[in-house]
Write a protein that binds this ligand. Sequence first.
Ligand code: TXA
Ligand code: MG
Length: 339
Amino acid sequence: MNTKLLTEKDMDTAAAILRNGGLVGIPTETVYGLGANGLDSGAVGRIFAAKGRPQDNPLILHIPEAAWLERYCRDVPKEAYTLAERFWPGPLTMILHRREIVPDAVTAGLDTVGMRCPAHSLTLEVIRRAGVPVAAPSGNTSGRPSPTCAAHMWEDMAGKIDAILDGGPCGVGVESTIIDLTCSPPRLLRPGGLPLEALQEVLGEVAVDAALLRPLGEGERPKAPGMKYRHYAPKAPVTVVAGPAEAAAQYIAAHLSEKTGVICFAEYAALFSGCTVHVMGASGDLAEQARHVFDALRAFDGTDVSEIYAQCPAETGLGLAVANRLKKAAGFHVVEVGR
Ligand code: TXA
Ligand code: MG
């Protein structure tokens, strides 16, 4: 298949491809998504094929405004509208009860569906022009780091999908926060671009799924099916070094070999000058770290790096999402230092 690269002037083309059952890489504020008409089971099936995604992992639906929620969801609680008012368009996905119109192909047979309104003007306009909700997982090949620019999408999907709409680099850089509103108290299923603390301000108590904090035991199942898979992984094994930044940097510096790759905060890059280094951002700048964490994880593939050490922020604010992505990439191989 000859994959087209589309830009802002091609929004009608993108909308027509979606309406006709094709696949389009779409920009969002979090990561690029691999979009299809969310009401067309055949089109949705092609997403799974292009990504190599396990069939039991449901997709989320992207809509241009909260007014569309009623079309696809029933018993929408008032909290959903309060959250939409505060945080949409933005990096928040809400799990709600689905209506029959949503195909099993999207929900993997669950009676709930994830709903999201992304903060990207091109994609919002394409969805409006297509007139259908757009089912879209992150646009990476299953298991690889999520794409945060059109070039990453191209790397993974060229030749496999109809088009990629280039909307520039993603401003947030980690996927949306997922909150399950079908249980009480609401449950955080994935930390992401909207900090947990912002949800707690609106919702009060929020439960946190155990799958976010530690590797799951034999037979344990996370509530977001996708959280059980190894994710975001570069080809070389990753070790996360958690703890105060200075102590973590010193630990990594003491463990370097010729083929070590390092993901670090800007202040410490000079310590690793002999190695392949990717800087996430300054140690105090969580937004910058979020924008670069997937870049960094992707960048070692195609080098001869045979092991990767990563510094890791404290787990508050956006740091919870950045740390979660790094730890998942490491298969929860974490060394704690200096505490
Ligand atoms: O920021 C994002 O959310 C990006 C952009 C493209 O919008 N999308 C994204 O989709 O990250 P994906 O498929 O890579 O991750 C969605 C996660 C998966 O872990 C999936 O298991 C979970 O959401 N999920 C989807 N529907 C669910 C449901 N009904 N109940 C529980 N978890 C669900
Ligand atoms: Mg994904």
